[in-house]
Design a protein around this ligand. Structure first.
Ligand SMILES: NC(=O)c1ccc[n+]([C@@H]2O[C@H](COP(=O)([O-])OP(=O)(O)OC[C@H]3O[C@@H](n4cnc5c(N)ncnc54)[C@H](OP(=O)(O)O)[C@@H]3O)[C@@H](O)[C@H]2O)c1
Length: 307
């Protein structure tokens, strides 16, 4: 009989990219890992090189999930910031119940709530309910706003205009590095720990407004970066021009900005340290990691301007 595996879904992500990091951590600790991908490509090859068994499956294709969940007791559930999470979770939970899944670490979100102004945050809350009702031991991780979002929305304007523009105004945001979400998830998956409760907020010890975010970017990059607050419609227009952002994510972000305007920020918690034993990554460290790449791009833009 083969050894039980840990299933990691969302293993090819490019937004937070938590899945591939979890695969890497679990494989480095010698766990058998199944990595779920929608298609085989250069990203699945990378997962294979890490020693994961790659399985092709789609949350919206019920039969495909049986192979992914076969022989699996622990799973990381990760759906992108996109529509369809309630259907996806229902399929996953139904197959998991059939196949003997016991423990789920769910990458939910800080905004998850039945009456959130964000439609996706309401759907994410429903997804949590489905996994719990299915009878698994669940840890729903409600993470702060990923630092990665700053680059997803604003990398281009940082490089070309020295500017970050959105509708978050001067209210504070509770942040988190996606890397820390991965570290926490891997630790929980490897220990099947439920002692932190079924709903666990995960944040960096950092709740700061955009004015402070741009100060940190300016200081680490050694270049002036400004923040500009936009009306919701104006921000929507900018976001629509970004090919990496889907329409549901846009409405989710507007919903988050509304929440933040009501000063409804997540509480600061030290769960990263409690669970992993490591201090959470702060924004300055995150920017430092991207410093060279961003400065190279800024230099290229400056060169092109003078040519
Ligand atoms: N962004 C934030 O600020 C934040 C904060 C806290 C929590 N979260 C939560 O983090 C989660 C996303 O995590 P992440 O950023 O690590 O993910 P990600 O990088 O966006 O990756 C999403 C993964 O899901 C896969 N996927 C998409 N549709 C699928 C389907 N129908 N069936 C199977 N797989 C599918 C993608 O595969 P392809 O490569 O094939 O598309 C990809 O591997 C969300 O649930 C969000 O609520 C986000």
């Amino acid at each position: 009989m083969s050894k039980p595996s840990i299933l990691v879904t969302g293993a090819t992500g490019r937004h937070g990219g938590t899945g591939i990091r979890i695969v890497e951590i679990l494989r480095s600790q010698g766990f058998f890992v199944k990595a779920m991908v929608r298609r085989k490509d250069e990203r699945s090859l990378l997962l294979e090189k890490m020693g994961a068994e790659v399985v092709e499956a789609d949350f919206h294709n019920y039969p495909s999930l049986a192979q992914a969940l076969a022989g699996v007791k622990q799973a990381y559930f990760c759906y992108p910031v996109a529509s369809g999470i309630v259907e996806a979770t229902t399929n996953f939970a139904a197959v998991g119940r059939e196949s003997g899944l016991e423990y789920v670490v769910n990458n939910s979100m800080g905004a998850s709530h039945p009456v959130s102004p964000s439609p996706l945050a309401r759907a994410q809350w429903m997804s949590e309910q489905i996994l719990t009702w299915a009878g698994f031991d669940c840890v729903h991780l409600r993470g702060g706003f990923f630092f990665e979002n700053i680059l997803l929305f604003s990398e281009q304007s940082i490089i070309t205009q020295g500017r970050i523009a959105n509708s978050f105004g001067d209210n504070s945001i509770t942040w988190l590095a996606a890397e820390d979400m991965a570290q926490v998830s891997a630790k929980l998956l490897s220990t099947k720990n439920t002692s932190f409760g079924s709903v666990v907020p995960i944040t960096a010890n950092e709740r700061i407004p955009l004015a402070e975010v741009v100060r940190i970017f300016s200081s680490v990059l050694g270049k002036p970066i400004q923040f500009e607050n936009l009306e919701f419609d104006e921000w929507r227009k900018h976001l629509r021009e970004n090919p990496r952002i889907n329409p549901e994510m846009i409405e989710h972000l507007i919903g988050l900005a509304k929440l933040i305007q009501r000063q409804n920020a997540m509480p600061l918690v030290n769960t990263v340290e409690q669970i992993t034993g490591k201090q959470p990554i702060l924004l300055a460290e995150f920017v430092q990691k991207h410093r060279e790449r961003l400065l190279n791009k800024i230099a290229q833009v400056n060169l092109a301007t003078f040519e």
